[in-house]
Design a protein around this ligand. Structure first.
Ligand code: UTP
Length: 299
């Protein structure tokens, strides 16, 4: 794969939709936004903010809703707490507390009602600079590991233009849990041109085993497409419908097949796995947890 053209930033803005209702985590999400649930001690949204910053993004555009002010508050400076911790000599904690607001400039845009992911992305239109031809979208409940796929996606946009999505190659019997891509080869095993997408197909009708993940590098043409789609599944404006419209109109859309791991923090089952996985990898928590789990699983 070719390197990025020097001096050309693939994207400046990374949009993080965080205005959903989080119904799968009720009752907690009555008061705590899903995006702030911790994986060990760090919320998923900080992990994706770090990923965006690492990929070169300069501003994080968090799409939030009127009831979820805690998300923006999480990224604000907490100087009183920092002072207090510093006075107690807790420098390590000061660094942890500062990390979120030092990572990247954060701006919040409001989605008044949860009208779907496509609508949420559309709410960021005026905050994405008029000169920015493309921007990233990262879903904060989807951890794509190891990080780095956005850089690969930027290379693909430089080569092929248009929009670039991210996919995982999953087992055929698992496809019915995902949006699945219909693709054609490009000559690069890890890059496919997208012909279409099917939501949650039965395994025998799936056009491929490439399942969509929550990373997007979208041409700003998607804003216009969002304006032209009708509400789809669940009465919501779906981002995939806007992308499907672009594909139908000949806009190039490719996927990068990410050969790595993934955690879906958006539902309790996926969240538990992520938590255990991160804890097992943690040098302080891992050994004890492993021993406890081994013992626990004997029962
Ligand atoms: P999800 O569908 O996983 O989140 O959307 P949700 O709707 O909050 O969760 P459930 O299904 O009710 O449990 C993926 C991301 O898109 C955001 C969510 O906050 C989440 O981070 N989102 C979704 C919005 O910002 N606005 C919407 O209208 C819908």
């Amino acid at each position: 794969m070719s390197e990025l053209v020097p001096g050309v930033l693939p994207f400046r803005s990374a949009v993080v939709p965080a205005a959903g209702l989080g119904t799968r985590f009720l009752p907690t999400t009555k008061a705590v936004p899903k995006e702030l649930l911790p994986v060990i001690d760090t919320p998923g949204i900080e992990l994706v903010a770090a990923e965006a910053a690492e990929a070169g993004a300069q501003q994080l555009l968090i799409v939030s809703s009127p009831g979820k002010d805690a998300v923006a508050a999480y990224f604000a400076e907490s100087s009183e707490l920092e002072k207090e911790l510093a006075a107690r000599g807790k420098e390590e904690l000061v660094a942890k507390v500062r990390r979120a607001h030092e990572l990247i400039a954060v701006r919040t845009v409001t989605q008044d009602e949860p009208r779907g992911l496509g609508h949420a992305v559309g709410c960021a239109r005026d905050a994405v600079g008029p000169d920015e031809q493309a921007f990233a979208v990262l879903l904060p409940d989807d951890l794509v590991l190891p990080t780095g796929v956005l850089a690969k996606m930027a290379q693909v946009r430089q080569r092929h233009g248009g929009s670039v999505l991210c996919a995982f190659d999953v087992a055929r019997e698992e496809v019915s849990a995902y949006g699945v891509f219909e693709v054609e080869d490009t000559g690069d095993e890890d890059v496919k041109r997208v012909r279409g997408m099917v939501e949650k197909p039965p395994p025998d009708r799936a056009p491929s085993t490439l399942a969509a993940a929550g990373r997007y590098l979208l041409d700003r043409a998607v804003f216009d497409a969002i304006d032209r789609i009708e509400p789809g599944a669940g009465g919501e404006l779906q981002l995939t419908d806007a992308i499907a419209l672009l594909i139908d109109e000949g806009h190039p859309v490719h996927v990068v097949v990410h050969r790595g791991g993934r955690h879906d923090l958006g539902n309790p089952a996926g969240y538990v796995r992520a938590y255990v996985d991160f804890a097992l990898a943690d040098p302080d928590l891992g050994p004890d947890l492993r021993a406890w789990l081994t013992d626990r699983l004997k029962v």
